[in-house]
Design a protein around this ligand. Structure first.
Ligand SMILES: C[S@@+](CC[C@H](N)C(=O)[O-])C[C@H]1O[C@@H](n2cnc3c(N)ncnc32)[C@H](O)[C@@H]1O
Length: 236
C-alpha cells in the first residue's frame, strides 16, 4: 500500500532550530543537521525473521529501564553493539532516586537531564553491550556509533516516564537523520503521534525524499508486552 502523508518539514525545521537553541543553552549539545542522504553502512546483514537486510551498526534503546532482554534477543545477532541508556534505572548499574536528579523541559524535545554520566560494558553476551547511566538524548548525541536499529517502547510523558518525545516530529527527524540506509525503528508507539502509531503495515511515507516503510506491525513484544511495529528507512 502506498500512502502519501503531508508532513510540514518547514515547520519541523523551525521547531528543530528552537529545540536546538534550548539544548545548546542547557547542555552545550547540538542536534545533528538533516543530511540529504542516509549514511551507508560498511555492509548489510541478512535479518531472516524480517525477510530483509539491515545495515551493520548499533542498536540504541533510550529510557530502557531494565527492559533490555527482548531487544538483545531479537536484534542481538544482527547488530554490532546494543547500547542502552537510562538515567535512573540503567541495566547493570545501581538505581538512583529520581528526587536526587532534576531535569529541564525543552520545547519539542521534552525533559533532558544533565549531569549523570557513567557507562559500563555488560558481560555475558555474545556481542558488545553498553549500558549508560545518562540522559537518553544526550547519549544519542554524544555516544552513539553508526545507528542500525532504534528501539523504543513502554515510555510515557506521565509519572515514571521520561517525557522524551522520541517519536514526535523533532526527535523523530533527529533519529532519521542519524539512521543508516536500511535502518530500522522498532517501537510500540510510546510517546508517539498518530503517524507512526496507527499506520498499517505496508504504509510508505515520503520523508524528505526518503522512504519510511512500515514493514511489520506484529513483532511479538515478549515478556507479556504488546506487539511492536517496525519501520525501515531507505533512499527514495
Ligand atoms: C516508564 S519507564 C519505561 C522503561 C522501559 N522502556 C520499559 O518499557 O520497561 C521510563 C524509564 O525512563 C527513564 N528515564 C526517565 N527520564 C530519562 C531521561 N531523561 N533519559 C533516559 N532515561 C530516562 C526512567 O528511569 C525509566 O526507567
Amino acid at each position: 500500500m502506498e500512502e502519501e502523508e503531508l508532513i510540514d518539514f518547514a515547520e519541523i525545521d523551525a521547531m528543530r532550530r528552537e529545540a536546538d537553541r534550548h539544548l545548546q543553552e542547557l547542555a552545550g549539545a547540538r542536534l545533528p543537521e538533516w543530511s540529504e542522504h542516509s549514511a551507508l553502512a560498511g555492509h548489510m546483514t541478512p535479518c531472516p525473521f524480517l525477510g530483509t537486510e539491515i545495515p551493520w551498526g548499533e542498536l540504541f534503546y533510550p529510557c530502557c529501564g531494565d527492559d533490555i532482554g527482548h531487544a538483545l534477543q531479537v536484534f542481538g545477532p544482527y547488530v554490532s553493539r546494543c547500547r542502552f541508556a537510562d538515567v535512573f534505572k540503567p541495566a547493570g548499574h545501581r538505581p538512583k532516586f529520581r528526587s536526587h536528579t532534576s531535569g529541564k523541559g525543552l520545547p519539542h524535545i521534552g525533559t533532558v537531564i544533565c549531569g549523570e554520566e557513567a557507562s559500563k560494558d555488560l558481560e555475558g553476551y555474545p556481542l558488545p553491550v553498553t549500558s549508560h547511566r545518562k540522559d537518553g538524548l544526550l547519549t544519542f548525541l554524544q555516544d552513539l556509533g553508526p545507528l542500525a536499529v532504534f528501539y523504543y517502547r513502554g515510555d510515557s510523558a506521565g509519572e515514571g516516564g521520561s517525557d522524551q518525545r522520541w517519536l514526535m516530529p523533532v526527535l523523530l527527524d533527529v533519529i532519521l537523520s542519524r539512521l543508516l540506509e536500511g535502518g530500522l525503528i522498532c517501537t510500540d508507539g510510546a510517546n508517539g503521534d498518530d503517524l507512526l502509531v496507527h499506520s498499517p503495515r505496508g504504509t510508505v511515507l515520503d520523508y524528505r525524499g526518503r522512504k519510511l516503510t512500515c514493514i511489520a506491525t506484529d513483532l511479538p513484544g515478549g515478556d507479556g508486552r504488546g506487539p511492536l511495529k517496525i519501520w525501515r528507512l531507505t533512499g527514495a
